[in-house]
Design a protein around this ligand. Structure first.
Ligand code: AMP
Ligand code: MG
Length: 396
């Protein structure tokens, strides 16, 4: 039996970061940035107005007051995206809008609500400070400032920042091609009639869905019966065009557990296979040249946990991500949890509005909790956590 940390260390030590490719930003959501990126422009790109209003020379209005307003001649109008050829000289002003270029000569903008405009003139009843309501060129981001780094997750906001700073493509790590297979004579495709002793298969959908959140669309293979021949030929075919194969079931020491033997037959090397976590003790990591096998237990709950705590970090590491672990959030337990066992227990919970609710029965064959589960709480061996304890919820 090895610890989760050791299992992860061994996984990470075997894994190399993937090749990179350039993709249009529109196809980069959820991908991992592969190089440092700098802004190609100043933001803002030019001094521009923060308001709909009038560009003025602050000096012209230095004596403006309610009782003695100052009138300036409106010499034109400049919309956002337009340019103005002239100069705002003393005694004049220019109508402009949010985002309009501040014209030469002007050094402040007065918002339109404070201006009375009539017959080509504008009346100002207040003073204005130089640079008031002007967004200065480069005050946000300067050309050359780094805006993303290798390992960053490209989420919606970072992609928007890349677009705003002049980029249309980005270098990202190539995602591994992944095949999913489920072993077990008892398994039936959902929607088909269940014979005696049979159960509906759900692990491939679980894993395919979890992979989708990494923007990976796996190949979902047909169900594999419990024979050495079927397992061997399926694994062989899967590794022919995938870098990663994830299996569920068939990795314990039961008579019908063929994944390890089949993998060894096709030339693979098994690295380790017992991790001190609950649920999910039997876990196979195998290498076939530069390709990897992740053999997960068949229980859907065990498959979920081993995927989240071992496979997901390994895949993110492969993609060069800086952050390979699930995001965590602190929350207060709404009910006690106890782990009398000698392995750390990843307890399925629902995080909601600051509370962490442990869900129903936690045995690894109990699926009732899966509907509401959105996080795992890592409970150390021989530990009881009372209701009200602050815990860290690993969100998925
Ligand atoms: P195994 O790891 O093959 O010994 O399976 C452990 C338990 O999980 C057994 O009760 C199996 O019937 C069940 N199981 C295995 N694979 C799946 C699957 N793909 N979908 C749902 N349940 C499964
Ligand atoms: Mg089985």
């Amino acid at each position: 039996m090895i610890s989760l940390e050791e299992a992860k260390e061994r996984l990470f030590a075997s894994i190399k970061t993937a090749r990179t490719e350039r993709v249009p930003l529109i196809h980069a959501l959820g991908r991992i940035c592969a190089e440092p990126i700098s802004s190609l422009v100043d933001l803002p790109g030019f001094d521009n107005s923060a308001m709909d209003g009038y560009a003025v020379r602050a000096d012209d209005l230095r004596s403006a007051s309610e009782s003695q307003p100052i009138e300036l001649k409106v010499i034109g109008r400049i919309g956002a995206g337009e340019t103005f050829g002239g100069i705002v000289s003393p005694g004049t002003c220019l109508r402009l809008f949010t985002g309009s270029v501040v014209p030469e000569g002007a050094d402040a903008v007065v918002m339109q609500e404070e201006v009375h405009a009539e017959n080509g003139a504008a009346r100002f009843a207040e003073t204005v400070k130089p640079f008031e309501n002007i967004r200065l060129r480069g005050e946000d981001i300067r050309t050359g400032t780094q805006i993303a780094d290798a390992g960053d997750l490209l989420n919606a906001t970072r992609l928007a920042l890349l677009a705003a700073t002049g980029h249309s493509e980005v270098a990202v790590s190539v995602q591994p091609r992944i095949a999913l297979l489920a072993t077990g004579d008892e398994l039936v495709e959902p929607g088909l009639p269940l014979g005696p002793g049979k159960i509906y298969e759900s692990n491939r959908l679980l894993l395919a869905s979890l992979l989708r959140s990494l923007q990976i669309k796996p190949t979902v293979l047909p169900l594999v019966p419990d024979t050495l021949e079927a397992t061997t030929s399926t694994l062989e075919a899967a590794f022919a065009n995938h870098e990663v194969v994830i299996t569920t079931g068939g990795v314990s020491v039961g008579e019908f557990d063929f994944v390890k033997e089949a993998f060894t037959r096709i030339g693979g090397v098994i690295d380790h296979w017992k991790v001190a976590i609950r649920p999910g003790k039997p876990f196979v990591f195998g290498r076939l040249e530069k390709r990897f096998l992740f053999g997960l237990p068949g229980n859907p709950v065990s498959a979920l946990v081993t995927f989240l705590v071992l496979v997901r970090p390994a895949l993110l590491k492969m993609m060069g991500a800086r952050e390979c672990e699930l995001a965590t959030v602190g929350g207060e337990l709404t009910a006690p949890i106890s782990n009398p066992g000698d392995r750390r227990h990843f307890v399925r919970c629902e995080y909601k509005k600051g509370g962490v609710r442990p869900l129903g029965r936690q045995a690894s064959h109990m699926l009732g909790s899966l509907g509401d589960a959105n996080c795992l709480v890592d409970v150390p061996p021989a530990t009881r956590l009372d209701a009200g304890t602050m815990v860290s919820a690993n969100l998925f």
